[in-house]
Write a protein of this length. Structure first.
Length: 1231
């Protein structure tokens, strides 16, 4: 203990109460950043500290003197059309710092850069382009900047007592009038004291497409001073800016791009474009910046701006879209426990749900009235009518879903089960999260606090989406389940990130599990299918990070379902079956083991080293009670059953999934591929890459219900079990003797969930769409003379041309829920709030520093954020926690690797220096990229939940620790040994953009504009999801024209995210896609056509001609024609498929000895060829749907004499990324 009797690692710091809201902390952080990066830090007439220079102090808003040969004009030339040039580019002076080779990103994937001379280019001007009506003859321009001059200080002294020589700021600027009545080019001097600084202007008169006449102007502030021979700071302008108003300073004269009086709406033949224009009609682009952004001030109720202001540190706050208000639906019951109450009569249940429909219908009626009375909406009449019709169709479907619950007893019972399980899941998930943040609290006490209606209630849109999908899951004749391509639809849940989409389809999952068990065996004769076992829900993702985090969330639901099943069985209701509800994680071999033997080896190794992680262990804590899990302690292997069991390590033995509560099953989760195939968990979470295994492995057949024999000890028999399960086993230990028995085929999955639909795009989307043609067949069944397809739901927060994408990939129509009607974000089930202190949105700030190296900007921004974060922690305590873990997002691993070096070296040294205002310890840095081993992802996500504690992480506590003696530190080490350090910096690439849900994260830096808008929205939405409103700083690379364009339209771009999301393109039946995947699709179709065709050697007797093959080829060809609307695609599929079947028969006939199998094996010649076995040919089949060329690793020999004379150039470590560094890997598929 210290002399004061306090632990050295903790101290009482003078902080304001935690009641200081995080929104106020964020505002203070923004203010500190603006003062630090743009200035002035200490007021309009500040003195800089002795030895400090303005150029070192301020990065933004700086204009350097123009050189005579600058060569780039401030605006368009006289013979150029301003509409073509966008009023020109700002001048970039031949001064300042060079573009650095190491700052430009991946060579093969970098943005095209501006052509610049070495040794350039800092801005010497900034400007604004705008439009006004023809009646406006003059505008007033106010120019302002700061001028710094050296002189004796009034407050600082040298060591000898004399006034120190410092830089002092002098406010400068003035007001000029710009004539607009004639087309002209000219300039004005706003401040006679600096007559080399001018306001240049250019005016053009134009006619818009609608026929309206406008006056277009470009106004710029130009530092035309001659560069001085001595100190350049005296001629630089700092904090430069322009303000433009009408002559009276108040009139609203600035016209937006979609001004209702001067512009016309988009053509009606572009239905989606017209719809988007209508939704965003109130958002207008009033001006475009040049080397800066522009803020437009618009009074409420007006359509034109009255003031334009340039900004070199622009801000935009994206209005939060929140779930609809339940108060608009009086009588609606949202409490899951109440909806799941078996005592609730059918009429009462319906009465508690019907307000959802009646409230929606009433809102739609009001929207239809608006569409008829609002003249601006009337400009978009076709779009408004279509939107209202779609919404009214949804209302009708909701009405019919409520009727179903009233009339169908099994549906009602399944709905109650779903609500009971969801209520338990929600409460238990909150308990686990609370225990992670406050491990010292009693779980029983926490559970009492958490188990309240607020924590187990539906949001209205979640409940509505569940209802919308119930008929298709309950009634095979419903259009959602019908085979016809014109009837089947994908149900797309379209809601902002963080809004609760996952809970919606978890609720749907629970209903599916229940109704399937209650239906039991469906169909008769050859169509009979057993629903008491088998995969009910297949949840597919594209990224392994998504599977890692969603697995933890889904595990809590499956635990709840399994406990409810046990309770019902104990009560005598055996309809729920003897097979436990289980969850399976079916991902690549880099994440989980392929078979039991591999899993046992990993468990043995983990036990030997006491490891906390391991391949079969993909959970960090028990999803039911929150007890931390350890691979070396909690995993158990059972050789007799070939099972890997995971037990909760609860020391008290109270958890129902510990060794005492569940001795033969443990937690109901499966992570070994072999077990997933044999035991067919009710819910399987997978990556789309695993679909590539279907032609290679006959053992995957049970996932789609293709079984005929079951061993009571080992589960469903497959070709892969033949080596160790002969179908008859003697008694051993506590296990009785058993014999395998014939069994009915299982129902294939009833529900397929495709999360993050926007990621099924481009090359991946094409190959997934091709494979989907066979997955659809495997997951369909016959009943009552019709083919029943699985219900397919998808979710996304960013979508464009979704109907085309869904048609191309899934061969279905599309229903979007909740449908947007007349205003963006307003759907009744969601509403867009005006940002305020009570309802803050996510704040974005733009940083662009022309002439500065990216490395220098990165160091400054990171260090500044970390410094100020420490200051805010000291000042506000826990309220500052959201802004203490800095998330940095990069478009490539190469850029991330370079920044990692900076964080470890330059930034860490700056933070350790006593020059900074606050002193943090060396940053704790984590990475979330494709370079991370899969078993570390869950650990990293858990560590990100760990908050900063002012008692241990505040500056005073850190200083006390540093100053303590070694003996005192050792004495106190035990007090803090159990507390791991929170994360200071998280470096991430595209793996971060989906699936990461850490409520405490509130601060992000984006390095450069990502390649598409959807990625930008998804990535930046990872912050501000819970404990504090988000703050995102986008650092633009000024050498990239695309970055600069986004910066100059900063406010408008962020206000119209939804309009600028790029459409997704997939071509599943292109010649290239067929070349890569058709062989695998045909092999899958034949291998999985019956149980007899599953063994490897069955390829030898598989029919390659006849009615069955003809039907398959024609089905694929018809799908190709529907998807592409091109008969040529159908002909191409027929020709290529028949050619492959002909060649299959020829290869079989040409074998002199042996047999033809699907894959190479002893005595069997493989039909399929491994993709790495040489050049791609007719029989090559992918092992992964995102197949890339094999990597070749290069290692330099340290003894190489060439290293004694290294070249004059260097490069940043590229890490382990391929291509652009996209973290698209879903974990390697089986090799």
């Amino acid at each position: 203990m210290s002399d004061q009797g306090q632990p050295i690692g903790a101290t009482t710091v003078a902080v304001q109460p935690v009641a200081v809201r995080a929104v106020a902390v964020r505002a203070e952080l923004e203010s500190l950043l603006e003062r630090d990066l743009l200035g002035p830090w200490d007021g309009p007439e500040e003195e800089l500290p002795a030895g400090s220079q303005p150029a070192e102090r301020y990065l933004l808003g700086r204009l350097v003197p123009r050189t005579p040969d600058a060569g780039i004009a401030d605006g368009p030339k006289k013979d150029e059309d301003p509409a073509d040039t966008d009023f020109g580019a700002p001048e970039l002076a031949d001064r300042e710092v060079s573009v650095d080779a190491e700052d430009t990103g991946d060579a093969a994937d970098a943005e095209p850069e501006a052509t610049v001379r070495f040794g350039s280019m800092a801005a010497s001007s900034l400007g604004v382009s705008f439009m006004v009506p023809t009646g406006v003859d003059t505008v007033v321009v106010t120019a302002s900047w700061g001028r710094y001059e050296r002189g004796p200080s009034q407050t600082q002294e040298t060591q000898t007592g004399r006034p120190a020589t410092v830089w002092r700021r002098h406010p400068a600027g003035g007001v000029v009038e710009i004539p607009l009545h004639v087309e002209d080019t000219g300039q004005r001097v706003p401040d006679p004291a600096q007559d080399g600084v001018v306001v240049a202007y250019q005016v053009r008169h134009r006619t818009l497409g609608s026929g309206g006449r406008v006056r277009m102007a470009h106004v710029s502030l130009v530092n035309a001073q001659q560069p001085p021979p001595g100190t350049p700071d005296t001629h630089r302008l700092y904090q430069a800016g322009l303000t433009v108003t009408a002559l009276d300073g108040a009139a609203a004269i600035f016209v937006g791009h979609n001004d209702p009086e001067l512009s016309a709406p988009p053509p009606s033949h572009d239905g989606e474009g017209l719809r988007l224009a209508m939704l965003h009609r109130a958002t207008r682009k009033y001006a475009t910046g040049a080397q800066c952004a522009v803020d437009a001030d618009v009074r409420e109720g007006q359509t034109r701006a009255w003031r334009l202001r340039t900004s070199c540190f622009p801000a935009a706050e994206v209005a939060p879209v929140v779930p609809g208000d339940a108060a608009a639906m009086p009588g609606l019951v949202l409490d899951m426990t109440r909806l799941g109450n078996p005592e609730l009569a059918a009429d009462d249940l319906v009465a508690g749900l019907r307000p959802l429909v009646s409230g929606y219908r009433g809102w739609l009626a009001a929207q239809r009235d608006r569409s008829r009375s609002d003249p601006e909406i009337a400009r978009y009449a076709p779009a408004a009518d279509d939107a209202l019709a779609e919404a009214e169709e949804v209302a009708g479907r909701l009405d019919r879903a409520v009727d179903l619950l009233r009339d169908d007893g099994l549906a009602r019972e399944a709905f109650r089960f779903a609500n009971q399980s969801m209520a338990r899941q929600r409460v238990r998930s909150e308990l686990v999260r609370a225990l992670m943040q406050t491990p010292d609290r009693s779980p029983t006490e926490l559970l009492r606090e958490i188990d309240v209606p607020a924590n187990r209630g539906w949001r209205p849109f979640q409940l509505a989406f569940v209802l919308l999908c119930l008929p298709g899951l309950t009634d095979p004749a419903h259009p959602d389940a019908h085979r016809g391509a014109d009837d089947a639809r994908v149900q797309l849940l379209f809601f902002p990130t963080g809004g609760g989409k996952t809970e919606a389809y978890l609720g749907l999952t629970a209903y599916t599990l229940a109704i399937r068990r209650l239906h039991g065996v469906v169909g008769t004769g050859a169509d009979a299918r057993d629903g008491s076992d088998g995969v009910a829900v297949l949840m597919r993702y594209t990224l392994r990070l998504l599977t890692a985090q969603q697995f933890q969330r889904a595990a809590a639901l499956i635990c709840a379902c399994e406990l409810l099943r046990r309770e019902r069985i104990a009560g005598g209701d055996h309809r729920w079956g003897s097979t436990p509800f289980r969850l399976g994680l079916w991902v690549g071999s880099s994440v989980t083991p392929n078979n039991y033997d591999e899993a046992k080896r990993q468990v043995t190794e983990a036990f030997g080293r006491g490891s906390q992680t391991g391949g079969p262990l993909q959970l960090t804590s028990c999803p039911w009670c929150g007890t931390p899990l350890m691979a070396g302690r909690d995993l158990h292997t059972d050789d007799a059953r070939r099972r890997v069991l995971l037990f909760c390590g609860d020391a008290d033995g109270r958890c129902p999934f510990g060794r005492h509560g569940s001795p033969t099953e443990g937690l109901p989760v499966l992570t070994v591929d072999e077990e997933i195939y044999r035991l067919t968990p009710a819910l399987v979470i997978s990556t789309v890459d695993k679909l590539a295994q279907l032609p290679w492995k006959g053992g995957t057949a049970p996932l789609f219900g293709l079984v005929d024999t079951r061993c009571p000890r080992h589960g469903w028999q497959t070709p892969d079990t033949a080596g160790w399960c002969r179908g008859k086993h003697p008694a051993t230990g506590t296990l009785p003797a058993v014999t395998a028995q014939p069994a009915l085929r299982l129902r294939p999955p009833d529900l397929v969930i495709q999360d993050e639909l926007h990621l099924i795009s481009d090359a991946l989307g094409s190959i997934v769409g091709l494979y989907e043609s066979i997955i659809d067949r495997l997951a369909s069944r016959s009943q009552g003379g019709r083919v029943v397809r699985p219900v397919l739901v998808a979710s996304t927060a960013t979508v464009r041309r979704a109907a085309d994408q869904v048609q191309q990939v899934f061969d279905r129509g599309l229903t979007v829920f909740p449908p947007q009607v007349l205003d963006a974000g307003e759907t009744f089930f969601s509403t867009r709030l005006t940002p305020s202190a009570g309802s803050p949105g996510r704040r974005y700030r733009g940083i662009c520093a022309p002439g500065e190296r990216t490395k220098s900007v990165t160091i400054r921004v990171f260090a500044t954020l970390l410094e100020h974060g420490q200051f805010l922690l000291d000042r506000h305590g826990a309220a500052a926690d959201p802004y203490l873990s800095l998330v940095a997002y990069f478009s490539s691993t190469r850029e991330l690797a370079g920044t990692r070096r900076l964080v470890d070296d330059d930034i860490a040294e700056r933070l350790a220096s006593r020059v900074v205002r606050t002193r943090r310890r060396r940053p704790e840095v984590k990475e979330l990229t494709s370079r991370m081993p899969s078993d570390q992802i869950a650990t990293i996500l858990a560590e990100l939940e760990r908050p900063f504690d002012p008692q241990y992480d505040g500056s005073a506590a850190l200083d006390r620790w540093r100053q303590a003696s070694a003996a005192e530190r050792e004495k106190e080490r035990e007090a803090v040994a159990g507390r791991s350090r929170p994360t200071d910096v998280l470096l991430a690439t595209s793996m971060l953009q989906v699936g990461v849900d850490v409520p405490r994260l509130g601060l992000m830096v984006v390095s450069g504009q990502p390649k598409n808008t959807a990625e930008y929205i998804q990535a930046t939405s990872r912050v501000g999801r819970g404990h504090g409103p988000g703050l995102v700083l986008t650092v633009y690379q000024w050498t990239r024209p695309r970055d600069l364009a986004h910066y100059e339209s900063f406010g408008y771009d962020h206000a119209t995210f939804g309009m600028t999301v790029e459409g997704v393109t997939t071509t599943p039946f292109s010649e290239r896609a067929l070349d890569r995947g058709l062989t695998a699709v045909l092999a899958t179709a034949r291998r999985h056509s019956s149980a007899d065709m599953l063994p490897n050697a069955a390829a030898h007797q598989a029919s390659v001609t006849g009615p069955e093959v003809d039907e398959l080829v024609e089905a694929l060809a018809c799908r190709a024609e529907r998807v592409t609307r091109d008969t040529g695609a159908a002909d191409r599929v027929r020709q290529m498929a028949r050619n492959r079947f002909d060649r299959w028969g020829q290869r079989r006939a040409a074998l002199p000895t042996g047999r033809l199998g699907y894959v190479d094996d002893a005595g069997v010649t493989g039909l399929l060829r491994h993709p790495n076995a040489g050049a791609w040919d007719l029989w090559s089949a992918p092992m992964s749907l995102r197949e890339v060329e094999p990597q070749v690793l290069l290692q330099l020999d340290g003894r190489d004499a060439a290293m004694e004379n290294p070249p004059p150039w260097s490069y940043w470590d590229t890490g382990a990324d391929s291509g652009a560094g996209a973290d698209g890997d879903a974990g390697r598929a089986d090799r």
